[in-house]
Structure formats: structure tokens, C-alpha cells
Design a protein around this ligand. Structure first.
Ligand code: CA
Length: 219
């Protein structure tokens, strides 16, 4: 997924970014609301991780503005404010979930995956396509019951296609998933990852829709 992390604590921001990047998410990290606002207007994010105390403003007010203008990007609030009233205020402002600091990075990753599944309208993490079983919660894919090891990029691509089986996903969208902001996009990165996935999962698994993008064969 393409994730916007808004967190001004350098150590925590780095730990969260590195952990999620290691799970094949493309993470853009901003430490101020002004930059985060600009990034949100420029990039279609799948999820926002939002700290509440930022140097140039209040994360809760930021979230309220976001929702007021109709932005429905899922938001997971990261907060040291552990008082119940403040959690309720966060949810009322339009947060999808929250984590109280200090939190476990494994729990963060699980919450991130759960918010993404809810947003995709599919709370079931298991997707079965022919001989393939894709477990989006545990990030495992098996073919005829045998696990198929995937690289981070291959998984990111498969997950994006698996979120909408049978639907065409634009190549540009897949490129955005493979590269965080500021990184040079290699022109054939998506083709390379698709071809590796086909070798591992079966040539018929991913269909090329010429000029438009790719899609995962439906059930
Ligand atoms: Ca902070």
C-alpha cells in the first residue's frame, strides 16, 4: 500500500517507516502538517498514519479538515494521549482506528492491514484464486498448498491486484506502490515484477490489459 506517515518524532518515524517498508509498503514520511497536506493533494494514498501533536498544528484539526472536504482516505491515529475522551474525539473526528504510544510495530502492521481490508470492503483476509490462496493478513501466498516465497515488490504488486480481483489496475498505480516519493521509478519495474510473479504463480494468474494495466484472474 501507499502510506503517508505524519510523525515528528525522528526515532519513532524512522522505526515505523522502516518496519512498514520492510513489509513492502511504500511509505512517504512527513514531519509537518503543511507538507503532509501538500502530499495528500498530490498522491492517492491508501492510508494515513497520523500523530496528533505536530510542530505546526494539531493532528485532530487536520483530520477534521480532511473529512470536511470529503477526503475518505483511511486514517490511523498514533497518539500518546491515552485518555479515553481523547480517543473518542479522534474517532469522532473521522479516524478509522488509533494506536496508543508506545505501540508494538507488529501490532501497527496488523492494524494497517485490517484498516486496508475494511476499506476495500472485504474483511476476509483470504483470497482463493484457482490453486492460489492469498492470505493478506499473514502476507503469505500458497500454490496447491505449498508456500511461494515472494520479494517485497512482488508481494506489493500481488496485494494491489488481489484487493480488487478481476478489476484492471493501472500500471501507473502499481508504479506508485513500488516507489516512495522522491525515488526514481525504473521504467520496466512493474513489467519485471509481473513477469516474476507469473513464473512463480502461473502464467495465467495475471492478465495484461494492453494500454490499461493488469488484472488478477477472477475466481
Ligand atoms: Ca508528536
Amino acid at each position: 500500500m501507499r502510506i503517508l506517515l505524519i510523525e515528528d518524532d525522528p526515532a519513532l518515524g524512522e522505526a515505523v517507516r522502516d518496519h512498514l517498508a520492510g513489509l513492502a509498503h511504500a511509505v512517504d514520511w512527513q514531519t509537518r502538517l503543511a507538507e503532509a497536506e501538500a502530499a495528500l493533494r498530490a498522491v492517492p494514498y491508501d492510508l494515513v498514519l497520523l500523530d496528533l501533536g505536530l510542530p505546526d498544528g494539531d493532528g485532530l484539526a487536520f483530520l477534521k479538515r480532511l473529512r470536511a472536504r470529503g477526503d475518505t482516505t483511511p486514517v490511523l491515529v498514533l497518539t500518546a494521549r491515552d485518555r479515553v475522551s481523547e480517543r473518542i474525539a479522534g474517532l469522532e473526528a473521522g479516524a478509522d482506528d488509533y494506536l496508543v504510544k508506545p505501540f508494538d510495530l507488529g501490532e501497527l502492521a496488523a492494524r494497517v492491514a485490517a484498516v486496508a481490508r475494511r476499506y476495500a470492503g472485504d474483511p476476509n483476509p483470504l483470497l482463493e484464486i484457482g490453486p492460489l490462496l492469498i492470505d493478506r493478513a499473514r502476507r503469505i501466498v500458497t500454490k496447491d498448498g505449498a508456500p511461494v516465497p515472494l520479494s517485497a515488490r512482488e508481494w506489493a504488486l500481488l496485494e494491489a491486484l488481489a484487493l480488487r480481483p478481476g478489476a484492471i489496475v493501472a500500471k501507473e498505480r502499481l508504479e506508485e506502490l513500488l516507489y516512495p516519493m522522491g525515488e526514481e521509478v525504473e521504467s520496466n519495474a512493474v513489467e519485471v515484477a509481473v513477469s516474476r510473479l507469473r513464473k512463480k504463480l502461473g502464467a495465467e494468474t495475471i492478465e495484461t490489459v494492453r494500454g490499461l494495466g493488469y488484472r488478477l484472474k477472477g475466481r
